[in-house]
Design a binder for this molecule. Structure first.
Ligand SMILES: Cc1ncc(COP(=O)(O)O)c(C=O)c1O
Length: 380
């Protein structure tokens, strides 16, 4: 969370006074729907469905894309486990691929991991770093794969002038407390594909066959679940969205100033970026030649290495690595066309890159000169 204030308090107050908490209770045109329209306009997509989390957004997007049992979905080995668990939730199996120096999905490894059963890829714009979408989209087109962008950590980020989530057939945002904008817990599916949108709508609202908008849905109805948000979340997000540009401008300005100072120093090399203009500016990664050098630098300056964050590294994803499925008879690994086994060394390049990288946090609240001073201290 970067900014939250009186406007959000007032918006929540209005919802409480109205006593209309369910987004569909008072008909259409409420807070959540207005937020969705504004989000679509900002991202440049036709449709958005606000849901309860980024994980729910990924699941609804995969349902929307028609991914299911027997399908393989390629996911990077460095992300939050939700990116890899979402395919399991729809009956498909995640296949892990390495990241490259940009700390996002390595297009070459993506292509190596494709089998006759691969149906989709989930490029993750980790820490607001945009993936190499040109290469990923070209590979996906060549192999007829659906692309579901996980921009949970990159709300508002872009790649070559296009907003993240608007490049693949579908995308997911998270609005949990640690994201660029937040309502505590929340997410959104973004797409311009009417079929993906309708299927996500159906799935996120128990089939949505009773709603007033049901007669506008052309796709066949099916049993869904409940990932609806309340108007409280919709009202907060409506305000948060108006803050997004300012938040990103401030982060990007500080990161650019710090990069200027650090890139000039021969001893330090920032990880390459697929598009530094579109990068969200939340994190500044530095790549060292050896793990020992990275460790020494991190210890000296009280910084962390992504290898140490634990939960974002595939070797720590216990439910996945041990294939702990929800029920023995609902086991996507049994439905797969080949035996799938995970091993600690299956994405060794990712581990090696994460161990050689040090993360420098970009200060949001501090003045620009203080951000510059923080960068200069790293050169001492
Ligand atoms: C890359 C990534 N994907 C998906 C998610 C899931 O989002 P949520 O926590 O809102 O379910 C997160 C959340 O941390 C994330 O960082």
């Amino acid at each position: 969370m970067y900014l939250m204030g009186q406007e959000e308090i007032e918006a929540v107050g209005e919802v409480i006074e109205s006593a209309q908490f369910m987004r569909y209770r008072g008909g259409e045109g409420g807070y959540t729907e207005r937020f969705e329209r504004a989000l679509c306009a900002k991202v440049g997509v036709e449709h958005a469905v606000t849901v309860t989390s980024g994980t729910a957004a990924l699941i609804c997007a995969l349902v929307g894309l028609g991914i299911g049992p027997g399908d393989e979905v390629i996911v990077p080995a460095y992300t939050w486990v939700a990116s890899a668990l979402a395919p399991l939730a729809v009956g498909a199996v995640p296949i892990l691929a390495d990241v490259d120096e940009t700390l996002t999905l390595d297009p070459a490894d993506l292509e190596r991991k494709i089998t006759p059963y691969t149906r989709a890829v989930v490029p993750v714009h980790m820490c607001g770093f945009p993936c190499h979408m040109d290469a990923i989209m070209a590979i996906a087109a060549k192999h007829h794969l659906a692309v579901c962008e996980d921009a949970c950590q990159a709300v508002g980020g872009a790649y070559k002038g296009k907003m993240l989530t608007s490049i693949g057939q579908a995308g997911a945002y998270s609005f949990n407390q640690f994201k660029n904008i937040t309502c505590g817990e929340g997410g959104a599916v973004l797409t311009s594909d009417p079929l993906v949108y309708e299927r996500a709508m159906i799935y996120h609202d128990c089939g949505c066959f009773t709603r007033s908008h049901a007669d506008r849905i052309q796709s066949p109805f099916f049993a869904g679940s409940n990932f609806r948000v309340s108007e409280i979340q919709g009202a907060i997000l409506g305000v948060q969205l108006t803050r997004l540009d300012g938040i990103l401008r401030r982060l990007r300005e500080r990161k650019a100033a710090m990069l200027d100072i650090l890139s000039g120093a021969k001893a330090l090399s920032p990880n390459p970026s697929n598009d530094i203009e579109g990068d969200c500016g939340t994190t500044l990664p530095l790549l060292f030649d050896t793990e020992a050098e990275a460790k020494l630098f991190a210890e000296k300056h009280g910084l962390g290495r992504p290898i140490e964050t634990g939960r974002h590294v595939y070797t720590n994803w216990e439910p996945l690595m041990k294939q702990q499925v929800v029920h023995p008879k609902m086991n996507p690994y049994e439905w797969a066309h080949r035996e799938i086994r995970y091993a600690d060394d299956m994405c060794a390049r990712t581990l090696e890159l994460l161990s050689r990288t040090v993360y420098v946090g970009v200060p949001f609240e501090e003045a620009l000169d203080d951000a510059r001073a923080a960068a200069r201290r790293l050169l001492e």
